[in-house]
Design a protein around this ligand. Sequence first.
Ligand SMILES: [Zn+2]
Length: 236
Amino acid sequence: MKNVQHSRRNFLRLAAGATLAASTLGLPRMALAAPFAPDKPATPDAALKELLDGNLRYIRGRLRHPDQRPGRIAEVAKGQHPFAVILGCADSRVPPEVVFDQGLGNLFVVRVAGNIASDDVMGSIEYAVEELNVPLVMVLGHARCGAVTATLNAMDQGATVPAHISSLVEAIKPVAQQVSRDTPDRVDVVVRKNALHAADQLRHESEILHEKLSSGTLKIVSARYNLDDGRVELIG
Ligand SMILES: [Zn+2]
């Protein structure tokens, strides 16, 4: 076991060195990217299970706080091998590492109010999938999202929202307009549709992600976080 760990460390060190050498020489780095860490889920389904298991630990109060020990800092300083991308809202009540009981280097988190798939967001996710071989992307909306509520209020009142907040509203509006004003639980219906819409955008507007999906090495799912009990449910 010790030998296996030792040789793995050497291999990772070699891989990291090769990546550095390749970038120095101007060679494509992607071909020499470090392999996926074998002690982390390497398939889309295993990654999804790890996330949902972590969320169960969180809501049951049985946290393990994996990969949060002090030695982990030095481990991930050598390179990162996250097993999932979370596109989540910036809302302070939905921090992915906490709600999925994960630690340093496990999740590649992209957070923006309303969990919208803007160009910068999509670029960040493409980087994680292409360069870091992350097998799972989860778009994580949440109950009573402020960005969704602000969009609906702006639409209902025909009001403009101040400054750069308008870019968030404009991104959510096309989804919100599909839901009639008298729909029960309207905010929540739009929250769900918005998370599904962002996932669809990732599937269809990114060549990199589309290719990975076609080869079966990537899965993109949508989910909703319940502010009241902490549970993450898959949607769609
Ligand atoms: Zn939100």
